[in-house]
Design a protein around this ligand. Structure first.
Ligand code: SF4
Length: 327
């Protein structure tokens, strides 16, 4: 089956309905044997040092993947760098299909975007809706895994992060994903409750750090909410068959206000004491921190990550001091 890469969550139902394998290129980068080498490779190819590591990692990830020659690039609603990335990849012979999450007249314009993508893949909306019904069964399991984190205090913050972030492409095979998450849930249900009282939320793009969740737990707190990762699961649209409505409810590509409403609601439901706002070096989203810190109403620690790997010493100290202050 042909693989189709993509730069951030897209209506994955369309790719599955076309009988192809969706591949989230962020996951290709971060799970590579040596993600740092991907960054070096991109810099050697001419990417400026002050470009976000995810963009450089995606570039090399695609170049190194012999079986990906077509990608869907989200050119509106995600990253200001994607357009240039697609242009560079085209030079290397990678075909790109642009997709947008329109910021104004969303429903009307998103309908056209989804229709265009369906036409490209030669599928109709009925076929996509049938896939949606199948994916919703897995999304229900993901929503339960999320509850096992914040309500039953059994799943770790990392498990919550990993499985939700992986739902952007269901690891390319939703049947296997469904079986694997069912097995994991069985194991988690058998655990004792984690008694740690300090409950943190994680907001912002997924971390480039590999051991953030473990470090937070080591210091006596727990991350019980992962904002963007949860959005990738489309959990708020389970049961809705209209893809336009589903992907209009997805807060990540639209206004910061929509994200803030979602975050505030989850802080309340989950009884969250404080928030870690993760920003990526050289990402325009870092500017949003000004508004986020003013609006949230709970203590907020802003972290900035750059390269993949463990949390650096200075950031460890800051997290430790934040948790101590909250205790
Ligand atoms: S972290 Fe920011 S700059 Fe980097 S790929 Fe994501 S949106 Fe773009």
């Amino acid at each position: 089956m042909k693989k189709i890469g993509f730069t951030t969550s897209i209506p994955v139902e369309i790719v599955f309905a076309a009988g192809m394998i969706p591949v989230d290129l962020n996951n290709v980068f971060i799970t590579a044997k040596s993600p740092e080498r991907n960054i070096e490779q991109a810099e050697n190819a001419g990417f400026p040092r002050n470009t976000c590591a995810w963009i450089k990692g995606i570039y090399s990830g695609v170049i190194n993947c012999e079986d990906i020659d077509t990608i869907i690039g989200v050119v509106e609603g995600d990253c200001s760098n994607t357009k240039a990335l697609l242009e560079v990849l085209e030079l290397k012979g990678i075909k790109s299909i642009p997709f947008s999450y329109p910021g104004t007249d969303t429903a009307e314009k998103l309908k056209l975007e989804i229709k265009r993508l369906c036409e490209y893949f030669n599928v109709n909306l009925d076929e996509c809706s049938k896939v949606k019904v199948e994916l919703d069964k897995i999304r229900e399991k993901l929503a339960y895994l999320d509850e096992l984190t914040w309500k039953h205090n059994k799943a770790t913050g990392f498990e919550n992060h990993l499985w939700q972030v992986s739902s952007s492409d269901f690891n390319g095979d939703y049947t296997v994903f469904s079986k694997d998450i069912t097995d994991l849930i069985d194991k988690i249900e058998a655990r004792d409750e984690n008694k740690s009282k300090l409950r943190l939320g994680y907001i912002g793009v997924p971390p480039i750090y590999t051991d953030l969740y473990d470090f937070v737990e080591e210091k006596g707190a727990r991350i019980v909410y992962n904002e963007v990762q949860r959005q990738f699961t489309m959990a708020d649209s389970i049961g809705i068959r209209d893809l336009v409505e589903v992907y209009s409810n997805f807060t990540y590509p639209y206004s910061l206000n929509g994200r803030l409403n979602d975050i505030k609601k989850q802080i309340e439901i989950r009884n969250i004491d404080a928030v870690i706002h993760y920003t990526q070096s050289f990402c325009f989203r870092g500017i949003e921190d000004i508004v986020i810190r003013k609006e949230l109403g709970v203590p907020t620690l802003t972290l900035e990550g750059d390269k993949p790997g463990n949390v650096d010493a200075r950031t460890r100290l800051r997290i430790e001091a934040f948790i101590e202050m909250l205790k």
